[in-house]
Write a protein that binds this ligand. Structure first.
Ligand SMILES: [Zn+2]
Length: 390
């Protein structure tokens, strides 16, 4: 292995207050970072950097940890352009649209599904995402859910079993039988490929009792819970997430004061997905309320063909700052360290000695430009596991 110093960094986000300016971002001005193999081995001011085999000049640009996108649905086929177009012309969004993608996904070959996944992961990487969770949930049969997870597991470590996305069309008249399948034969087939289990707890999908049964069955098999909670309406999802010590409650758009308190007094991260509210023209989640209460907030894309077809974390940062009450610092923290918390990872989402050398170089002097210059492709270089990949 050879060591490389990246020097002449105008502003470096470490997400370690002890290394930088004592803010949560742990900012260092005029910084350098040393990579050895796949890890960061040194962080500090440029003038104090140790000798290394190679030297890269960042040219006065900003460096941030690679984004940790803890919520996406990338194993799918088909297209829902018409549905989006109709919605932007006045029609509402309901959980049922998922079935359109289910039909297309079941009809697709393994090669087609994998090609789509690879394409979207590459698209996200170019925009600075170096860790990406993805889910099943468009198969809804034992074979189709297991194949989605097998394909996902070949490309990312963060794989989530979401057989409980909606009740399958075959079980529309007998949801209890579908829950039995999801917690039985389907769980058996999917467990080898997944780290997480998820459920869409919502009217039109699964109620609180069904969600509890599904998540506890997964937990009994060694999968860790996370929940699609309180997206379209108030409901039991957030409380259930906290009760089960889920790593994350995702969406959190409709929260009671009790929900906010529960999150603030737990390890469960509130993962906000503003691409969904953007693409369904819905009410924004109130990040400010969660942050002021002391909850941990993550920001992710929810990339999926129905309700949020963006792989761009910078876009979500801009929305969160403009419309959800987050400061630029908070939004960048939530899209990096927050995402890592939502995946219970300490080796990504930060640039500190021992962490993976996963980072983005911005064509800007500071991370604030991600919100200040919305829609501009500021990510000019991406390093993953110590290798410049873009
Ligand atoms: Zn989702």
């Amino acid at each position: 292995m050879s060591s490389t110093v990246i020097t002449n960094i105008a502003s470096l986000v470490t997400n370690d207050p002890s290394l930088g300016d004592t803010t949560p971002l742990g900012l260092i001005q005029d910084a350098a970072l040393v990579v050895d193999g796949d890890r960061v081995v040194w962080i500090g001011e440029s003038s104090k950097a140790p000798a290394t085999d190679n030297r890269v000049d960042a040219g006065g640009r900003a460096v941030i940890p690679g984004f940790v996108d803890s919520h996406s649905h990338l194993v799918f086929a088909g297209d829902r352009t018409e549905e989006f177009n109709a919605r932007m012309s006045g029609r509402g969004y309901s959980a049922g649209g998922i079935r359109t993608t289910v039909a297309a996904t079941r009809a697709a070959t393994d090669v087609e599904l994998e090609a789509g996944l690879v394409r979207y992961l590459a698209e996200a990487l170019r925009q600075g995402t170096t860790t990406m969770e993805t889910k099943s949930g468009y198969g809804l049969t034992v074979e189709d859910e297991a194949r989605a997870l097998r394909i996902a597991a070949a490309h990312t470590d963060e794989v989530t079993y979401l057989g409980a996305h909606v009740v399958s069309p075959e079980h529309a008249d007998d949801p209890a039988a579908y829950v039995a399948l999801v917690t039985g034969e389907m769980l058996d087939a999917c467990t080898p490929y997944a780290r997480w289990i998820d459920v869409f707890c919502e009217k039109g999908a699964f109620d609180g009792d069904q969600a509890r049964a599904i998540l506890t069955a997964g937990r009994d098999r060694g999968l860790h819970p996370r929940i699609h909670a309180n997206q379209l309406s108030y409901g039991p999802g957030v409380q259930l997430a906290v009760e089960l010590d889920a790593a994350s409650a995702d969406h959190c758009t409709h929260l009671t004061d009790a929900d906010v308190d529960a999150l603030a007094n737990s390890r469960t991260v509130a993962t906000l997905l503003p691409g969904a509210e953007f693409s369904t023209r819905a009410q924004w989640p109130d990040a400010r309320r969660l942050l002021d209460a002391g909850a941990t907030v993550a920001l992710s894309t929810d990339c999926n063909p129905g309700s949020s077809f963006t792989s761009s974390v910078p876009f979500c940062i801009a929305l969160a700052v403009r419309d959800m009450g987050m400061t630029p610092d908070e939004a960048v923290w939530s899209a990096t360290a927050g995402g890592a918390r939502a995946l219970r990872r300490t080796d990504v989402g930060r640039l500190t000695p021992g962490a993976y050398a996963d980072l983005a170089v911005l064509d800007a002097p500071s991370h604030v430009h991600l919100a200040y210059r919305p829609g501009v492709p500021l990510v000019s270089e991406v390093w993953r596991r110590g290798v410049r990949v873009h």
